[in-house]
Design a protein around this ligand. Structure first.
Ligand code: HAM
Length: 423
């Protein structure tokens, strides 16, 4: 028996319907705000992630699926989407288009992580990137898009936490202070953090080890040492969100696990999953495109973990998607199969989900099947009725049935479904 690769998942019906519907809502909301989808390769040159996500991050140092192709080039299965968007922006000359450029994406990402609930090795992200604007308004916009999308799905308990990382120029000052505060405890830091001390001290703030977290909790927050411009920028983001009545909470030690961020960074957490299982992460990355060899293009965006999002979807959304009424079509007797499918087609045209019986079951077995799949009604297409250009519509909840002219079947069934208060 060949089994799926550890950390990957099969998403089966009917759960897959939740994914499709989430993605449909995402496309609708994003395109409403002017974001068009960009479809990018899953494979990129390894160097892209080393240079954008950062060499000392967990993602690059421990979690990438990296391999040499047949010609010995080092390739990596993308662990995130922003680096690929930045690469594509440069490579396709998107800087020549009217600015800003608004892009959305969704699809699988790969990280070799320890498996646990909500943490997979292949997972999906839904994200947007707004490139070519450095204003606070552009950060506010991406958070409004995020909030609108989550509200459309029916969420009302998610928490947006936000921090100000300052500019790269503020970093040395912050890091000097951080090191001074941590020096007395340097020996207590974990091995990774002692290495980070030299290579990339900001990453110490991102360490998951309990003792490191405790030590970091007592240090001066980065937002307290940023430049006046950076402070004004993130304060303006907060003020804008307040005006829009989008609740956010300051998280003074939030740094995010990726190196390209500056100024605004944020995450979304769910009370159901807890603070360690983040639903969405994002922020501003004004230097990424120039660091990758492009021009100066300020940018901001976010990515939602779709697997985690689906796990905590509000009950109302779940029910609406999973309890969609189904009507089965049961062709009974010789030469009724095509007529049955014609009935199915007329129901589908009317927006009704109406799978046909095609395995040759008897009426009794067909009705049993209808019961098993939770059908609301069955349209029985029998020889006698067909001769009169009619079919029998059986209301499976009420146990009643009626002969209905074929051309009137869609309308009749639609009314039957509507009578339940569902359409
Ligand atoms: P990230 O925080 O690394 O940010 O990932 C975004 C989201 O992807 C996380 O909040 C989480 O929900 C989901 N995620 C990450 N790893 C896993 C995993 N192993 N299993 C399941 N879900 C996971 C980024 O990737 C940035 N590119 C976001 C961004 C876009 N920043 C600016 N623009």
């Amino acid at each position: 028996m060949i089994q799926k690769v550890k950390g990957t998942r099969d998403i089966l019906p009917p759960d897959s319907r939740l994914w499709v519907e989430v993605e449909t809502v995402a496309h609708k909301v994003f395109s409403g705000f002017g974001y068009d989808e960009i479809r990018l390769p899953l494979l990129e040159a390894t160097e892209l992630f080393v240079r954008s996500v950062g060499e000392d991050t967990d993602i690059v140092s421990k979690e990438m699926y990296t391999f040499a192709d047949r010609k010995g080039r080092s390739l990596t299965l993308r662990p995130e989407g922003t680096a690929g968007v930045a690469r594509a922006f440069i490579e396709n000359g998107l800087g020549q288009r009217p600015q800003p450029v608004r892009l959305s994406y969704l699809g699988p990402m790969f990280r070799y992580e320890k498996m646990q609930r909500g943490r997979y090795r292949q997972f999906s992200q839904i994200g947007i990137e707004l490139l070519g604007a450095k204003t606070a308004a552009s950060d506010i916009e991406v958070l409004v898009v995020l909030h609108t999308f989550l509200s459309e799905l029916g969420f009302d308990d998610l928490i947006i936490v936000l921090n100000n990382l300052g500019d790269p120029e503020d970093r040395p000052r912050f890091i000097d202070g951080l090191k001074a505060e941590l020096t007395p405890h340097q020996e207590e830091l974990c091995g990774d953090c002692r290495r980070r001390w030299q290579a990339n001290p900001l990453r110490i703030l991102d360490c998951k080890v309990a003792r490191c977290r405790e030590l970091v909790a007592d240090t001066t927050p980065v937002a307290e040492v940023v430049s006046d411009e950076a402070r004004a920028h993130v304060d303006a983001v907060e003020a804008g969100l307040a005006l829009l009545e989008i609740p956010v909470r300051r998280a003074p030690r939030l740094v995010r696990g990726i190196d390209y961020y500056l100024r605004t960074v944020f995450e979304v957490v769910s009370p159901q999953l807890g603070e360690d299982t983040v639903i969405c992460g994002g922020g501003r990355y004004d230097r990424l495109i120039s660091d990758l060899g492009g021009s100066q293009v300020a940018a901001t965006g976010f990515a939602i973990g779709e697997d985690r999002l689906v796990e905590v979807l509000p009950e109302s959304f779940r029910r609406r998607v999973l309890e969609r009424p189904v009507v089965v079509v049961l062709p009974i007797g010789a030469d009724t199969a095509a007529a049955g499918l014609a009935v199915t087609r007329s129901l589908v045209d009317r927006g009704i989900s109406a799978p046909a019986e095609v395995t040759g079951r008897s009426l009794k077995a067909g009705l049993k099947w209808a019961g098993k799949i939770g059908a609301r009604a069955a349209v029985i297409v029998g020889e006698t009725e067909l001769a009169e250009e009619a079919a029998i519509v059986r209301d499976l909840d009420r146990g009643e049935q009626e002969k209905v002219k074929l051309e009137e079947v869609p309308e009749y069934v639609a009314r039957l479904i509507a009578s339940d208060g569902q359409t």
